[in-house]
Design a protein around this ligand. Structure first.
Ligand SMILES: [Ca+2]
Ligand SMILES: [Ca+2]
Ligand SMILES: [Ca+2]
Length: 161
C-alpha cells in the first residue's frame, strides 16, 4: 500500500485538520453522526491510539504511517462512515430519501446547496433515493479517490469530486 493512500486516510481521520488524530476527532464525529457512530468512533480511536508511539494522546502523521495497517484502518473508516447511512435512514427502509438526506446534512451543519450537490453525486442511478450500495461506493471513492480533501470534513458524507 502506497504512502499516499495512508496519508489520505490520515487526513480524513484528522477531522479538525490539526495535523494529528486525537480522541476529539473521533468523538466529534460520533457525536455529530449519532446512533452507532459513537461506538464505532470510540472503537476506532482505541485501535488508533495503539499507534501513538510517544503516548502524548495524538497520533501524528509519522506515527500513523509508521504503525498503521492500511486495510484495517480502511475497513474501520468505511464502517464508521456507514453509520451515517443508518443515522440518516430514519424510517429504516434501507434507502435515504431527499428529506432524510436534508435532515442529516442539517444536523452535520452542511449547507442546503452542498447537501443537494452531494445527494446528486451519491445517487448514481438518479432514482431519487440513496441505497446502501450507492452510499458505500461514495464512501470508498472518498477514501481511495483523489478528490480534494481540503473541502471535505470527516463527518461530511462523500462530497464533490
Ligand atoms: Ca503521539
Ligand atoms: Ca429511508
Ligand atoms: Ca439511487
Amino acid at each position: 500500500m502506497s504512502q499516499d493512500s495512508l496519508i489520505r486516510l490520515f487526513t480524513l481521520l484528522d477531522g479538525n485538520r490539526s495535523g494529528g488524530i486525537d480522541r476529539a476527532d473521533l468523538e466529534s464525529f460520533g457525536a455529530k453522526a449519532g446512533g452507532r457512530a459513537t461506538d464505532k468512533a470510540a472503537a476506532l480511536w482505541k485501535a488508533l491510539s495503539a499507534l501513538d508511539a510517544d503516548s502524548d494522546g495524538v497520533v501524528t502523521k509519522d506515527e500513523f504511517i509508521a504503525g498503521a495497517d492500511y486495510d484495517t484502518v480502511f475497513e474501520s473508516t468505511v464502517a464508521l462512515h456507514m453509520t451515517l447511512f443508518d443515522s440518516a435512514d430514519t424510517d429504516n427502509d434501507n434507502k435515504i430519501s431527499r428529506a432524510e438526506w436534508g435532515s442529516i446534512n442539517a444536523t452535520l451543519g452542511i449547507s442546503d446547496t452542498d447537501a443537494e450537490a452531494n445527494f446528486n453525486a451519491v445517487d448514481s442511478d438518479r432514482d431519487g433515493l440513496v441505497t446502501r450500495n450507492e452510499f458505500l461506493e461514495r464512501v470508498t471513492t472518498l477514501i481511495q479517490g483523489n478528490s480534494d480533501l481540503a473541502a471535505v470534513d470527516v463527518t461530511r458524507p462523500p462530497a464533490r469530486t
